[in-house]
Design a protein around this ligand. Structure first.
Ligand code: C2E
Ligand code: MG
Ligand code: MG
Ligand code: MG
Length: 297
């Protein structure tokens, strides 16, 4: 790394040497710190899975949740998965970390089941390396067996990058479907899915990337969301919108027949204890409306 830093610094000219040297070094030191940290993070108990509710836009009911990984580094503090996941992929640590995530999510969902909460599907993000790893299917099936979670209550979120090895990905998707596990294409619209390929993939859901939701209301961009929703409907896929921050975005989605979404407008990803409180209040709400119905006769 030091060599690379020196090389880049020299390349960029003598005058900027000092600047590049310090800036690059800082970045490289941080990266090395993250790499080292990722190798010990599990055994040092630094990871937590947070949950973001998935909402039915019309009833506002929680209909599922996405598990999102949080990492507290002793020195660097909270490091974003947007920063550390690509590094974990680079150094191969995504395999043990991904396995930890899946186990934790399945165990948690099963525990909520046993506590009597309504059955909800948990969505788990899976990196392409993990997805295409030779042990992946066995790992998923072992995890379901060990935790006793109903496969229907697990969804795996993958990205369009699986298209790079379409034959292999297709076989894995079929194995998952056979197992009863659901799948969804995350960040949809940002990668390169050929429509022809998409049509022939056993996928249940597309998640419209936040960038398209952000464009809603900004002059003529709203048709893009409509185009993606129509595509999903035509392919017979479920459609989820991610990154809803405003009511007008939700209204536009409903108007265009997308009825499920996630976003800060409803809730950020929260600690499982807090998520449990959501479930509790939903549960009492459900019971209340049932008893209200009963009194209405
Ligand atoms: P993603 O799977 O597309 O997850 C959505 C990201 O957007 C999450 O960021 C979530 O907290 C954030 N988000 C949700 N609603 C809103 C909103 O209304 N506004 C804004 N500004 N952001 C919103 P997060 O948790 O930082 O995760 C970033 C990415 O890191 C994820 O994108 C996913 O690709 C990856 N990631 C997170 N956890 C895992 C994991 O356990 N395994 C793997 N392989 N990747 C993960
Ligand atoms: Mg996701
Ligand atoms: Mg996404
Ligand atoms: Mg993303």
């Amino acid at each position: 790394y030091a060599d690379a830093a020196m090389y880049l610094a020299k390349e960029s000219g003598k005058n900027s040497f000092r600047f590049y040297n310090t800036e690059l070094n800082k970045a490289l030191v941080r990266k090395m710190e993250i790499e080292r940290g990722l190798r010990n993070g599990i055994k040092r108990d630094q990871f937590t899975l947070y949950y973001q509710p998935k909402i039915h836009l019309q009833t506002r009911q929680i209909i599922g949740m996405e598990a999102l990984l949080r990492w507290e580094h002793p020195k660097l503090g909270r490091v974003s998965p947007a920063e550390f996941i690509p590094i974990a992929e680079e150094i191969g640590q995504i395999i043990p970390i991904g396995q930890w995530v899946l186990q934790r999510a399945c165990k948690q969902n099963r525990a909520w089941q046993e506590q009597g909460f309504p059955s909800l599907c948990v969505s788990v993000n899976v990196s392409v390396q993990q997805f295409q790893h030779s042990d992946f299917i066995k790992m998923v099936s072992d995890t379901l067996n060990e935790t006793g979670l109903d496969p229907q209550l697990l969804e795996l979120e993958i990205t369009e990058s699986i298209m790079q090895n379409i034959g292999k990905s297709k076989a894995i998707l079929y194995s998952l479907r056979e197992m009863g596990v659901k799948t969804s294409l995350d960040d949809f619209g940002t990668g390169y899915s050929s429509l022809n390929v998409l049509q022939n993939l056993p996928i249940d859901t597309i998640k419209i990337d936040k960038s398209f939701i952000d464009e809603i209301g900004k002059n003529n961009q709203k048709s893009m969301v409509k185009t993606i929703i129509d595509l999903g409907i035509n392919l017979n896929l479920n459609i989820v919108a991610e990154g809803i921050e405003h009511e007008y975005q939700m209204d536009e989605l409903i108007k265009n027949h997308c009825y499920i979404g996630q976003g800060y407008y409803f809730s950020m990803a929260v600690h499982p204890k807090e998520f449990e409180q959501y479930l509790q209040s939903e549960d009492s709400l459900n019971k209340r409306s049932k008893s209200e119905l009963a009194t209405l006769g």
